[in-house]
Design a protein around this ligand. Structure first.
Ligand code: BMA
Length: 829
């Protein structure tokens, strides 16, 4: 293949111009003296380069965020010298390709301006054929973060008034990750730079772009697949493409010839696959993926090739009238699926730090916790391909927002055109991923307009969500549903009866979590509860003197207005509020865990009246006190384990509401289950006050009420425990326990937890734990070892053994493990 590619990743030089006058000073010219410029790294951002050069302190530490607010006020220049060979220059087309420029950028090659960029979310290709020369070439890129944003705001604010981006009013004018301007869980650190890969490419006749295979029709007997490859050419030309789709013992090949136009065109081919191996969401079947490839021939010479995966599945959103309003059920391959998961926010404020390994660890944790859906939230970014590849492999469905969040947006021609161009590229890049099951216009725009923006004549930006995005999706995809927003329904944007719903009454309106039990939402796209991260993480980022609730540095890591106040107030309803941060953190984390468990088990028990619950939020972009389940250091909070247990396919959680105790068996498996069901009331020393044993048959994918008793008909005493267990053929498949009183009112015995640890394989230990008295929220700790417990923060029911596996990263002897292992139960004194 005679195509050339030269990576521009790696070393560059950079400099900030306080006066924003780099162009006047000639910083784009070849002969400009950049000797004093500092070394930079691509992909990267200004802040990371400043940090690497010790110009700024770590913005995540202490009160440093404030100290780096000057950075986006500058103009930032990046320069790199490259050598280009004569062979490359003989090619018809030489292009400079950036997978991402953040955001307002001007690009020069050898002093010639070759292009401009104004959108962080798309790639940029600039033809540099005329600008390049044999030997040394100089590339210069200038970024103007705030300057252009404020100019746009000044220009248009007369027309639009406020666009209601309360945190940063110029934000809606910039097609840039909206969270970087500050959010209620993230710092204000607007970045700038060449944030994704960069390269020079050269070719003669034609070059391939994105390749995707879309399942047009799917049944058990056969599937019709359309493979589409984008192709670029400098002038009209007849090309031949050989498409191959293979997998599971079948190989299909198709050839197409086409006269392509100059610029971008696409090549298509259809396949019929007999008896397809379908792709299923996690927990519903296998994640079968076919291989698709294309070879591009120009005059019988192979000139480019590409490969992709294809998961064959159909997806529909069922919205049919029923006795509670209208259903909202994702139907995958004809089967209703209950969507369990959380909202995904960008995994760092400085995006180039988000490696494939970080994706792997976060998504691995989500998969292990029985998640089958993540919502890529609209204030972040369209994630890297590696993210969606992993979701395809893990069976994690993706609710994909377009990147508009919590404000109105301009409607000028240039903005709408940009919205369309962005959507086209995003859909072409991502449409081949089976994991994406819905496109969604934005985050909360219509809802906030209706409920909060009282002084607005109409909702600016609506054409994007009602016309541009559905048109692009109709044209380029058509294999999955589109929602204009989330939460949303035609009638009312945040209804309990139809559409998707966010419950922010609990927590943000300071309402306590039992209120979740009254929420009959049809599909919960957001609800959440905050907790601090681990103390270890906070100690890495805060001076030891600031490790207390009253320090301004601690407060600076909580971004919700009144967040700490809400944290304390809602904690005090259930737990003591200790002054020491160690116990405060643990209690607040348990409170979050119980809140989320209550929410999730309630909505799962309504399967499929409610058909999805996505927790706000899975992860963090910095070390924060936030709603996340997993902190910035990738440590799962106790809530992670509570949710993992609550998301198991078969559960029968105890629900206490208005003086009654309920339980539903939720059977989210393909088989009808015969289960032995045991409900007991115990004293903390194990003495049984009441016991019921029953058998229950629960059909596949149903939820059935199996317990409904008034507490005052049970022999409840102070300090007692409700327990439930489900057994199948003598094996416990689920158990749950709940005290009748609040944790703060309990008189707990001090348990002596008997532990027995065995080596269970390579870097794996098996720990069995037992206590003669009730032990609440037992916290397992492996000291300095690096690894993970499969379960943690669980209750020990008197005289009932619990076995937990632990996998460590580096080998350690049984002795070593036994020495470092510790366990302790609430109140952790
Ligand atoms: C919703 C989200 C986010 C926000 C979260 C917590 O509004 O869409 O914008 O961070 O709730 O307040």
């Amino acid at each position: 293949m005679a195509n050339f590619e030269l990576s521009l990743n790696g070393s560059w030089k950079f400099k900030g111009f306080v006066e924003c006058n780099g162009e006047e000073l000639g910083a784009y010219r070849v002969e400009y003296d950049d000797d004093g410029w500092l070394p930079a790294k691509v992909p990267g951002t200004v802040h990371l380069d400043l940090l690497a050069n010790n110009v700024i302190p770590d913005p995540f530490k202490d009160l440093n965020e404030e100290k780096v607010q000057w950075a986006p006020e500058n103009e930032w220049w990046y320069r790199k010298e490259i050598e280009l060979s004569p062979e490359l220059l003989e090619k018809q087309v030489v292009e400079l390709v950036f997978d991402g420029l953040d955001t307002f950028a001007t690009v020069w090659v050898n002093g010639v301006k070759v292009g401009e960029a104004n959108n962080m979310f798309t790639s940029w290709r600039f033809n540099i054929s005329k600008a390049v020369k044999d030997g040394r070439n100089v590339i210069a890129v200038c970024f103007k973060p705030y300057k252009v944003a404020f100019e746009l705001e000044r220009k248009y604010s007369g027309k639009y008034g406020s666009l209601h981006a309360e945190n940063f009013s110029a934000r809606p004018y910039v097609r840039k990750a909206q969270y970087s301007f500050g959010w209620d869980w993230g710092p204000t650190l607007p970045t700038a730079g060449i944030w994704r890969n960069a390269r020079v490419i050269a070719y003669d006749k034609a070059k391939l772009g994105y390749l995707a295979a879309l399942p047009l029709e799917v049944s058990e007997d056969k599937a019709k697949i359309k493979a589409i490859a984008d192709v670029y050419a400098p002038k009209p030309y007849v090309v031949k493409a050989k498409f191959v789709m293979e997998g599971f013992g079948q190989r299909n090949e198709k050839q197409v010839s086409k006269r392509i136009a100059s610029g971008k065109s696409c090549l298509e081919s259809e396949f019929e696959i007999a008896k397809p191996h379908l792709w299923w969401p996690r927990g519903y079947g296998a994640q079968n993926l076919y291989n698709v490839s294309v070879e591009l021939y120009c005059a019988e010479v192979l000139c480019d090739k590409a490969a992709a995966k294809c998961g064959i599945r159909s997806v529909k959103l069922l919205q049919e009238p029923d006795d509670e309003g209208k259903s909202f059920i994702f139907i995958v391959n004809g089967l209703p699926v209950f969507c369990k998961g959380a909202n995904w926010v960008p995994a760092d404020s400085f995006l180039p730090r988000v490696t494939a390994d970080r994706y792997q660890r976060l998504l691995g944790l989500a998969a292990e916790a029985n998640f089958n859906m993540l919502r890529v939230w609209g204030g972040g970014i369209y994630e890297d391909n590696a993210f969606y590849d992993l979701c395809d492999r893990l069976g994690i469905m993706v609710w994909q927002d377009f990147m508009y969040a919590s404000s109105a947006y301009p409607e000028d021609d240039w903005f709408l055109k940009e919205a369309e161009r962005e959507a086209e590229e995003v859909v072409r890049r991502l449409r081949g991923h089976a994991c994406i099951v819905v496109w969604c216009g934005n985050n909360e725009v219509q809802w906030q307009y209706k409920t909060l923006w009282k002084d607005t004549p109409r909702l600016f930006g609506l054409p994007i969500f009602e016309k541009i995005l559905p048109d692009v999706i109709g044209r380029l995809d058509g294999t999955r549903p589109y929602r204009p927003s989330s939460p949303y329904d035609e009638g009312e944007p945040n209804s309990e009866h139809e559409g998707s719903r966010n419950n922010w009454i609990v927590w943000s309106k300071q309402v306590d979590y039992p209120a979740y039990l009254d929420d009959k939402g049809r599909f919960l796209t957001e609800f959440g509860w905050q907790a601090p991260p681990t103390l270890e993480l906070l100690s890495e980022y805060l001076d030891s003197a600031d490790l207390n609730l009253d320090s301004p540095a601690f407060d600076a890591h909580e971004k919700q207005v009144d967040g700490l106040k809400i944290l304390r107030t809602l904690l005090s309803l259930h737990y003591p509020v200790p002054e020491d941060l160690k116990r405060f953190t643990l209690y607040a984390q348990l409170n979050q865990a119980e809140a989320l468990k209550t929410a999730v088990t309630h909505w799962r028990s309504r399967m499929f009246k409610t058909s999805g619950c996505l927790i706000w939020q899975l992860n963090d972009c910095w070390p924060a006190i936030s709603w996340s389940l997993i902190d910035y250091g990738l440590n799962p909070k106790p809530a992670y384990y509570f949710v993992k247990r609550a998301f198991q396919p078969v559960i029968a959680p105890l629900i206490v509401k208005q003086g009654k105790v309920y339980a539903y068996i939720v059977n989210e498996t393909s088989k009808s289950l015969e289960l032995d069901f045991k409900f007991e009331l115990l004293k903390f020393n194990g003495e049984s006050l009441h016991a019921e044993n029953r058998k229950a048959t629960t059909p596949a994918y149903t939820s059935a009420l199996v317990l409904n008793e008034a507490l005052d008909t049970l022999p409840v005493v102070d300090n007692c425990l409700l327990t439930i267990s489900l057994e199948r053929n003598g094996i416990i498949v689920y158990e749950d326990s709940k005290t009748v009183q609040e944790p703060k009112d309990l008189k707990l015995p001090i348990p002596k937890i008997k532990t027995d640890i065995k080596k269970a394989g390579d870097r794996t230990f098996k720990i069995s734990l037992e206590s003669t008295v009730y032990a609440k929220a037992v916290k397992l700790d492996m000291g300095g070892l690096d690894g993970r417990f499969e379960d943690n923060f669980f209750d020990l029911i008197p005289n009932r053994q619990k076995i937990v596996k632990c996998k460590i990263k580096h080998n350690a002897s049984l002795n070593k493990f036994q020495e470092t292992f510790k366990c302790q139960s609430y109140p952790y004194t």
